[in-house]
Design a binder for this molecule. Structure first.
Ligand SMILES: NC(=O)c1ccc[n+]([C@@H]2O[C@H](COP(=O)([O-])OP(=O)(O)OC[C@H]3O[C@@H](n4cnc5c(N)ncnc54)[C@H](O)[C@@H]3O)[C@@H](O)[C@H]2O)c1
Length: 255
């Protein structure tokens, strides 16, 4: 019950890593708001958490819309009166090499995956400031730290998240608000299931991606959620502005 009475917003909490975070926060006693644009999956995840005794709401929110992010923030404040934890996790995987990707796709990735993080911070931070405390965890990626062919816009968005994490950690430290990021390696979630489905040779891609991780396998959504919960908790009380890799050693691999 580490998070008893704490209120957490998890964006993209309907599926994958966000879902794992929402489940674990609820199990640890938090009141959880799932902000996601997929109503069916969001309601389903919320119902499952509720059935297990968790305190949860689903708020249909498209993180590309400032008005919807504002409405979600207000709904959480109306219901629980505070926001202690914000997990900016929602993102879409849209690939493309730099000279092939079109401007609409570029803008879509940046809005969905990077500006969305600012939108939620812009709405939630004033409430955290008033409380004099808070913890924000942004979902980055190893793609912000290393090159992977065909992901120009996605990698740029994740690199932007790292920079935003460091900047806001500095700006918000005097207000008692910590800001960190988690950079996962390959995690088997609906996002990657789609990438594999669309690959020319899915078996070859899965084998190569497994081998890319020194631990020899993909990670689990729960393994990323563990890092998110740690950073959000008081156990991480002296950690801010950090980018924590959960990547099976992918980034340190040199041969
Ligand atoms: N899976 C991986 O291998 C991996 C690796 C590195 C980083 N990440 C990052 O982890 C996070 C979660 O990824 P995942 O694999 O769980 O993805 P996923 O596709 O399985 O889940 C993403 C969730 O975000 C929601 N979402 C997407 N766009 C949204 C929008 N505009 N508004 C509201 N909700 C939206 C989706 O509905 C979904 O519930 C993302 O930030 C992703 O970039 C994933």
């Amino acid at each position: 019950m580490e998070f008893k009475d704490r209120v957490a917003i998890v964006t993209g909490g309907a599926m994958g890593i966000g879902r794992a975070c929402a489940v674990k926060f609820a199990q640890a006693g938090a009141r959880v708001a799932i902000a996601d644009f997929d109503s069916e999956a969001g309601e389903k995840t919320a119902a499952e958490i509720r059935e297990s005794g968790g305190d949860v709401i689903f708020h249909k929110t498209d993180v590309r819309s400032f008005a919807e992010v504002e409405a979600c923030t207000e709904a959480v404040i109306q219901k629980w009166g505070r926001i202690d934890i914000l997990v900016n996790n929602a993102a879409r995987a849209i690939g493309g090499v730099v000279d092939e990707i079109d401007e609409d796709s570029w803008n879509e990735v940046i809005s969905n995956n990077l500006t969305s993080v600012w939108r939620f911070m812009r709405c939630v931070v004033p409430h955290m400031r008033r409380a004099g405390k808070g913890s924000i965890v942004n979902m980055s990626s190893v793609q912000s730290l290393k090159g992977f062919h065909g992901w120009a816009a996605y990698a740029a968005a994740k690199g932007g998240i790292n920079a935003l994490t460091q900047q806001t950690a500095l700006e918000l430290a005097p207000a008692g608000i910590r800001v960190n990021a988690v950079a996962p390696g390959t995690i088997m979630t609906p996002l990657n299931e789609k990438v594999f489905r669309e690959a020319a040779d899915p078996d070859d891609l899965i084998r190569r991606w497994n081998e890319a991780h020194p631990l020899g396998r993909f990670g689990e959504a729960d393994e990323v959620a563990e890092a998110v919960l740690f950073l959000a908790s008081d156990r991480a009380s002296f950690i801010t502005g950090d980018i924590v890799r959960v990547d099976g050693g992918l980034v340190v691999k040199g041969d």
